[in-house]
Ligand binder design. Sequence first.
Ligand SMILES: O=C(O)C1=C[C@@H](OP(=O)(O)O)[C@@H](O)[C@H](O)C1
Ligand SMILES: C=C(OP(=O)(O)O)C(=O)O
Length: 430
Amino acid sequence: MNVSVQPSAISGRIHANASKSAMQRACAAALVKPGKSIISNPGISNDDKAALDIIEKLGAKITQLADGSISVEGAGNKIIPNGIDNTIHCGESGLSIRMFTPIASLSEQQVNITGEGSLLVRPMDFFDGILPQLKVTVQSNEGKLPLSVSGPLIPQNITIDGSLSSQFLTGLLMAYSAADASDVTITVIDLKSKPYIDLTLQLLKEFGLKEPVNNNYESFYFPATATDATQTVEYSVEGDWSGAAFILVAGAVAGSVQLDGIYANSRQADKKIIDAIVDAGAKVKVSPSSVTVEKDRLLAFNFDATDCPDLFPPLVALAANCKGTTRILGLKRLKYKESDRGITLQEEFAKFGISIELNDDVMLVHGTGKISVKNHTMNSHHDHRIAMAAAVGALTADFEISIRNADAINKSYPEFYKHIAALGAKVEEA
Ligand SMILES: O=C(O)C1=C[C@@H](OP(=O)(O)O)[C@@H](O)[C@H](O)C1
Ligand SMILES: C=C(OP(=O)(O)O)C(=O)O
């Protein structure tokens, strides 16, 4: 699908989409919890759908309720694959594959794990090194998909490298908790994306599952005490700060916006977008469950995105509208996302007349304060966050643009074009 976006002023009020980071974790927690969980405000993104499909295949019983919530009867630690070929499909979701592989390893039976698109080339060799230490037999395609695992995983004291992604640790924490790890420690070297681990620990707590003690993100200790997680849990999926970042930046560069359903006390990494928007000079009001942003004179800013890498695309859309050179730290790991995001942002924003330098771990965005279209055809590179950054950039451009492979947004935020259209953006399927 291609979408065209015309220069547009933004104003109005909308409600945030559900966070796929929270929804996928809720699915995993509901699977490994014995007994019932009711998940309200469930996400509808492709990654969320993949997670629901996976937990069903690993033994959860899912019922859609009349009010739109989902009831999940969990499998506890008795993970028994029930698909015809013992295969789970993770779609394009990095979190799903990295979280559900250790959970699937709780099963005594072999589970095959596949995915599609960019997921086929994202690194999974972590599992080749770690799972055998936990008594799991693992086979991968030279560190990539497809994988197959045969457990059951037995929690052990281990040391892992957290410098590529926090998602592997999220998976191990979930699996250790489900396996009732007792007097066991996961030691982590150089953990990145730390707030995502806070979110994982929060979900373990909310679902009554066994929680480890977090020693400064350097080690996670599972005590010997037993946990009873059989009580029914009701969990509401919170609004998505990662998608919100695009909406709030749209308000900051092209008018004003009120976004409801995002929480100031959220553990989500991407709520840090507020700091960047404030530093750039827009007017911002943060309430407990909503944020208002209004455009003002915008100037370049400095930002460390090491722990919130998904903010690069909206930050670039913001920086393009700020006079001066914006410096964003944390570039290195963008290579391993749905596209090589440093390069794709550089290529696509060059079409807006914006020059981007990539230096080791630092991105420099040379903002001119105006966006002059040099090439009308942008390409998402099948990356949802590049499609959304292009659409936000187009709001203040001097000409209409068209975005190829614009349906990439379905990975995290299927409502995105509808939401910006409701705020006044002229968006059309081309
Ligand atoms: O746990 C999560 O929900 C996520 C963690 C982050 O990945 P890394 O830990 O690989 O940075 C983030 O980029 C991804 O979109 C979602
Ligand atoms: C990188 C992302 O997700 P995941 O790693 O879960 O595929 C993302 O949402 O930008």
